[in-house]
Write a protein that binds this ligand. Structure first.
Ligand code: NDP
Length: 474
């Protein structure tokens, strides 16, 4: 019998996805550029389901039912284009090429347009959850045509994570929508991790707690509003002892955060769209700062290392919990704003509640909290901000005093908390009756005759700054 679907690219992600498909009863054709990986997969896991190994792409294509569905799981970038170029001449109108790699959404838009021209469907698909998710149920964010989803949806929904019986997979929207949403998911993941790291740092340096004690704090937090995969694994990492030294592992790990680029992409796109995603940007820059080891060393040598004297108080732990929660609401509000703006820009008509739904399971940012986001957008799909939803408005208002105390304590102690601080500045910025942008407009008009608008009547105006300082209509 012909295979239902194919996977080409059998490194860790592709082979786990193929096994997931096979375990769900789909006859799956498998191929890899170097066929050793194909053979290894079938030898080690052939008993898990119905695999059809192929030595060449021609064989792979020939083994499939029509319209064909081929998932590409190779290195993102040029390798993906190379595989598409090899594949397209072998396909027929109506066939579907699914890119499950971490592609940039602009590449996906380009590839989708090219394949559509050739009568093919290109389905750029965000897949989150790492290798474990790929095997046991990822969160899946497919873009592309509605027609392709009619064929693919049942397969992808079957292998996705489920929460309360609901698949963590939905048709996101046309062309690059799926990869865009996956990118923002990763950006939010950066922000979430930065906020968790700041909470740890404050409890450690201001609170004077050991990593093992902080692990217990996070374990407790994980049974409340903050319940999430990242908070859960924070307790695991902080509680782990280095077997070589007997010290807490977190004290032995070099403090240089690396990044593969999706956080940076999110911020770059937010800059293009004019959406302030300060939480994600601070997280990306905090990683960059940590990685500038030579500069950090030079500055410490010149200025002396900052000294933080622990100043624990009874409310610190609870205050930090509240600050973490409020800052997290802000980070998600910003990420969802970015998706809304991109949807408007590219005509995607994104259902933001559905995005929250499919992130509840399978992916790294899975959290109880996403149920509340889903409810917020289900009630009102056009929310001006997540912050105005009744639930989040009250939650942040309740946390506000503690949040301000934490920011004050961090600043006073000299512990950097860019995530907490900038989230609060964003919250205050959105709520200010008047912003000093009026002065900025005045300055721009002074040096560049860029004009300004007035609060009391329509029109554009310019002040003759270097002349008699009279105002003229611009
Ligand atoms: P890699 O990104 O390490 O890519 C290795 C695979 O790409 C191998 O199968 C390799 O074939 C193939 N490949 C590389 N260059 C070419 C080429 N020019 N032509 C054909 N095949 C090529 O594999 P991963 O499994 O880690 O990731 C696969 C995709 O999934 C990537 O796009 C990655 O970004 C994404 N990913 C997603 C994650 C997630 O959580 N969603 C996590 C990790 C990855 P060969 O064996 O012959 O060298």
């Amino acid at each position: 019998a012909p295979a239902r679907i194919a996977v080409t690219g059998l490194a860790v992600m592709g082979s786990n996805l193929a096994r997931n498909l096979a375990r769900h009863g789909f006859r799956v054709a498998v191929h890899n550029r170097s066929s050793a990986r194909t053979r290894a997969l079938v030898e080690e896991h052939g008993h898990e389901g119905d695999f059809v190994p192929a030595e060449t792409l021609e064989e792979l294509v020939a083994s499939l039912q029509t319209p064909r569905q081929i998932i590409i799981m190779v290195k993102a970038g040029a390798p993906t284009d190379a595989v598409i170029d090899d594949l397209v001449p072998l396909l027929e109108a109506g066939d579907m090429v699914i890119d499950g790699g971490n592609a940039h959404y602009a590449d996906t838009r380009r590839r989708e347009a090219a394949l559509r021209e050739a009568g093919l469907h290109f389905v750029g698909t965000g897949i989150s959850g790492g290798e474990e998710g790929a095997l046991n149920g990822p969160s899946i964010m497919p873009g592309g045509s509605a027609e392709s989803y009619a064929h693919l949806g049942p397969v992808l929904e079957a292998i996705s994570a489920k929460v309360d019986g609901v698949p963590c997979c939905v048709h996101v929207g046309p062309d690059g929508a799926g990869h865009f949403v996956k990118m923002v998911h990763n950006g939010i993941e950066y922000a979430d991790m930065q906020l968790i790291a700041e909470a740890y740092d404050l409890l450690h340096r201001v609170g004077g707690q050991t990593p093992a004690q902080i692990a217990e704090v996070f374990r407790g937090w994980n049974s409340g509003d903050l319940e999430s995969y990242l908070v859960e694994i924070t307790a695991e990492v902080l509680g782990h002892t280095d077997p070589e030294t007997g010290a807490a592992l977190v004290d032995v790990i070099a403090d240089e955060a690396e990044q593969k680029g999706t956080g940076r992409w999110t911020v770059q796109e937010a800059l293009e769209l004019g959406v302030p995603v300060t939480g994600i940007a601070e997280a990306v820059f905090a990683r960059s700062l940590s990685g500038r080891v030579d500069q950090r060393t030079a500055v410490r040598a010149a200025l002396g290392a900052s000294e933080v004297t622990p100043a624990p108080d009874d409310s610190l732990v609870e205050d930090v919990r509240q600050a973490l929660y409020a800052s997290k609401v802000v980070a998600y509000a910003q990420g969802f704003d970015q998706m809304r703006a991109a949807g408007a820009e590219y005509g995607w008509d994104l259902d933001l509640g559905a995005m929250a739904t499919i992130w509840r399971g399978g992916c790294i940012i899975r959290a109880r909290f996403l149920d509340r986001i889903r409810e917020a957008y289900d009630k009102d799909g056009d929310l001006a901000s997540l912050l105005v939803d009744d639930y989040f408005r009250d939650a942040v208002a309740n946390a506000e005093a503690a949040w301000r105390r934490v920011v004050v304590k961090a600043v006073a102690a000299g512990v950097p908390a860019p995530g907490f601080v900038s989230a609060l500045a964003y919250y205050d910025g959105l709520r200010s009756e008047r912003l000093p942008a009026s002065l900025i407009q005045g300055l721009r008009d002074f040096f560049g005759a860029h004009t300004y608008r007035r609060t009391d009547r329509p029109g554009s105006f310019h002040t003759r700054w270097s002349g008699d300082r009279s105002q003229v209509d611009a």
